[in-house]
Design a protein around this ligand. Structure first.
Ligand SMILES: NC(=O)C1=CN([C@@H]2O[C@H](COP(=O)(O)OP(=O)(O)OC[C@H]3O[C@@H](n4cnc5c(N)ncnc54)[C@H](O)[C@@H]3O)[C@@H](O)[C@H]2O)C=CC1
Ligand SMILES: O=C(O)C(=O)COP(=O)(O)O
Length: 527
């Protein structure tokens, strides 16, 4: 598979990905070139420069994953990607410190007028009177958006003896208390703060959140910082407020249009400090986000779940550690249930018994659905699109959890109903190894790998030999065999593990044997 590493993402990404994939690096990529080359790629890693639009996604016939080496995914059309089953993931933590420190740098350089003092001094102007700044000590800093970066800024500002007032409608009180900040409304922040810094994504709610109306309500001489996203503070309104003296200074790293447009109103105003979207631009942050994004991309391309996917049900790292061992087994149970069924599946019931019932099983159920659908569909079914494809196919899904279980520490039961009846398969984890422990009420112990041929048959001597000789005739090697017991009188279940490919003609020969009720091939390679 082929991965495009764009936008000057650190070469660490190449080091990680080149072991398993073909890598092409394009530090500078025009919109036209991206549209032209995207069909060749299975994965892409970008920063904020490349725009992965609906049009790009429409042409991305092989794309399975978009990795964002950074936080903001506003340069990616996530709903278009989700519709095509493309995983979008980000690297939310690697650049937090860089953006936090940049915000502090911007706040300090704005309040001490360092950029203009430097610029004029470089030209030979020794002007100590003109560049008298203000202290941070004792001032109130309003933090809007108290997430990773906002809380880091609050923490650092406290060490400058600033008072913090924060507005974040999604913040729980416990976290605010732990941070030791006062929580207020947006109006509180607007009216009380001497400095205001914004740290939330650009959304319909946050766009133009700071505008001429509330700029007018702020303390005269307020200073503003935006190291989050261009447009949260209306650029024209801010420029006007700085020119009128209502706002004493502003420090802006991000813009409505990047690279900075020639006619951007924030240009050429002495009290405004501008940087070209440098918040994440430290050596450490770029290495961090490249490592995180490329591990995510590698996992996605290998069909494994990704904890930083933004278009999938979110799973914490802690939950992921608990569920990871179950995922392969879950997928294989889904694949087995599909192979056992005759006709379209109408209902899928997933039962979790034992220890597993206590954990968040959402992703395990998605793995089952993925295993169930992948063998029968042309489109690749993954952790992103599996639930919606099941819905489109009118498969009713029910999850039942119960801590009670006998014989096993944990048990997953996958039952499917088709117009021809019900089929069920159970699996359990032994250590980290998944086994199929029952098929249609026949107790077995099967390592679900390669291909298995499942033959319910009459319980009489010689049946295994008859099937074995047919497979032998076609030079099919049997590498494992199990005969399942059941309470159902007179029937047994033969499960043969087969390494080679096996055609329907051979299966038809097996079906002709007197006393063989059925022969179902489960091909785990087709998942
Ligand atoms: N300048 C740069 O180079 C960088 C910019 N960023 C940007 O900084 C921003 C913050 O990043 P993180 O702290 O990592 O994100 P985060 O997700 O940890 O925090 C965002 C916070 O905003 C809050 N929020 C959401 N909607 C809000 C609203 N309507 N009003 C007030 N608060 C709201 C959320 O509850 C959350 O606490 C993002 O936009 C990100 O893209 C991040 C890294 C580098
Ligand atoms: O991570 C973010 O949200 C950023 O804004 C950083 O963007 P960049 O990767 O430096 O183009």
């Amino acid at each position: 598979m082929k991965v495009l590493v764009a936008d000057g993402v650190s070469k660490k990404a190449v080091n990680i990905l080149e072991k398993d994939f073909d890598i092409v690096v394009k530090d500078k990529l025009s919109a036209e070139e991206l549209l032209e080359i995207i069909p060749q790629y299975d994965g892409i890693i970008v920063r904020s420069a490349s725009k992965i639009t609906k049009e790009v996604i429409a042409k991305a016939d092989n794309l399975k994953v978009i990795g964002r080496a950074g936080v903001g995914t506003d340069n990616i059309d996530i709903s278009a990607a989700t519709e095509r089953g493309i995983i979008v993931l980000n690297a939310p933590e690697g650049n937090t410190i860089a953006a936090t420190e940049h915000t502090m740098a911007m706040m300090l350089s704005m309040s001490r007028m360092i950029p203009i003092a430097n610029e004029t001094l470089q030209k030979g102007e020794w002007n100590r009177k003109k560049y008298v700044g203000v202290e941070l000590r004792g001032k109130t800093l309003g933090v809007i958006g108290l997430g990773r970066i906002g809380s880091g800024v609050a923490k650092r500002a406290m060490s400058f003896d600033m008072n913090i007032i924060a507005y974040d409608p999604y913040l729980n009180e416990e976290r605010a208390d732990a941070l030791g900040v006062t929580i207020g409304s947006l109006d509180d922040v607007v009216e009380k703060a001497d400095f205001i810094t914004v740290h939330m994504p650009l959304t319909p709610q946050t766009k133009n959140m700071i505008n001429k109306d509330n700029l007018g309500k702020m303390k005269k001489g307020v200073r503003l910082i935006n190291c989050a996203r261009g447009g949260i503070i209306n650029e024209q309104d801010l420029a006007d407020a700085v020119k009128s003296g209502q706002v004493a200074g502003a420090a802006i790293d991000v813009f409505t249009s990047e690279p900075l447009a020639e006619d951007n109103p924030l240009r050429n105003i002495d009290n405004i400090v501008l940087t070209p979207h440098l918040g994440a631009s430290t050596v450490e942050a770029q290495i961090g986000v490249a490592i995180d994004a490329s591990h995510g991309v590698a996992a996605a391309l290998k069909g494994e779940p990704v904890s930083t996917a933004v278009n999938m049900a979110p799973v914490s790292a802690d939950t992921m550690a608990k569920i990871r061992p179950y995922l392969t087994l879950a997928e294989r149970l889904g694949c087995t249930a599909q192979s056992l069924s005759d006709g379209p599946i109408k209902d899928l019931t997933i039962r979790y018994n034992g220890e597993i019932a206590a954990i968040d099983t959402k992703m395990i159920s998605i793995a089952i659905i993925k295993g169930l659908l992948n063998p029968i569909l042309q489109t690749s079914v993954n952790y992103v699109n599996a639930p919606s494809i099941a819905k489109q196919r009118n498969i009713k899904i029910e999850e039942i959890k119960n801590k009670d279980v006998s014989n096993f520490a944990n048990l997953i039961t996958v039952s499917v109903i088709t117009p021809k009846g019900e089929q069920s398969v159970q699996g359990a984890l032994f250590g980290t190894e998944g086994r199929i422990v029952s098929i249609n009420q026949h107790r077995v112990d099967v390592d679900p790998h390669a291909r298995i041929l499942i033959c319910p048959h009459i319980n009489r001597p010689g049946m295994i030999g008859l099937v074995g000789s047919i497979l032998g005739k076609f030079s099919i090697n049997i590498s494992g065999m199990q005969v399942g017991k059941t309470a159902i009188a007179g029937t047994s279940m033969m499960v043969l593990t087969i390494d080679d490919d096996i055609s329907q003609d051979i299966i038809n020969e097996v079906l002709k044997i007197d006393g063989i009720f059925d022969a179902k091939l489960v091909n785990f390679y087709a998942m």
